[in-house]
Design a protein around this ligand. Sequence first.
Ligand code: GRF
Length: 193
Amino acid sequence: MVKLTGYKKVKTAVFISGTGSNLESLIKFSKTNRSPISIDLIVSNNPRAKGLSFGKTFKIKKKIFNFEKKNQNENKILNTLKHYDIKMIFLAGFMRILSKNFITKFRGKILNIHPSLLPKFKGLNTHQRALDNKEKYSGCTVHFVNSRLDSGKIILQKKVKILKNETKQSLAAKVLSQEHKLYPRAILKVFNL
Ligand code: GRF
């Protein structure tokens, strides 16, 4: 559980690589009175990530880092997070794996959202794999990040039913709209709210 100190919202960063629809839902949540967090920084490995435009819309600082050159850049990233007083990180469609050293520096303070009912279908292409496996249900999971891919402690999950003529696209859309509700709920849970 993360403890709230005083009445100030905890400063956080959201890491993205693409569209950023989860980022948008987290920003909207962060602006509500019941949110224990503010979003003060958007980080991306991809300079062309569509979601970066939310930085402009909501006047949030953006930073782009090359996560490929880990050792060289990691200190830069950590220093930037320190500069903005970032206490928690939310991964939202972030397509890079953070190093063990990085995760250790934010132990218990990095959350991720994954489009499957973990521990099923870790990694990529979750919707097709759920269909190929003839699953009756799929869904999404918010979990803590540890050094093993999609394997940290589960915070919350939401199930969706897979219909007879479900396609990868229809399933993805259905799951994504649940993700937008689940991530804020998981944050409230982490803060015991
Ligand atoms: C979401 O399905 C998320 O669970 C997965 O990538 C997708 C990102 O979507 N990791 P968006 O960028 O938040 O729109």
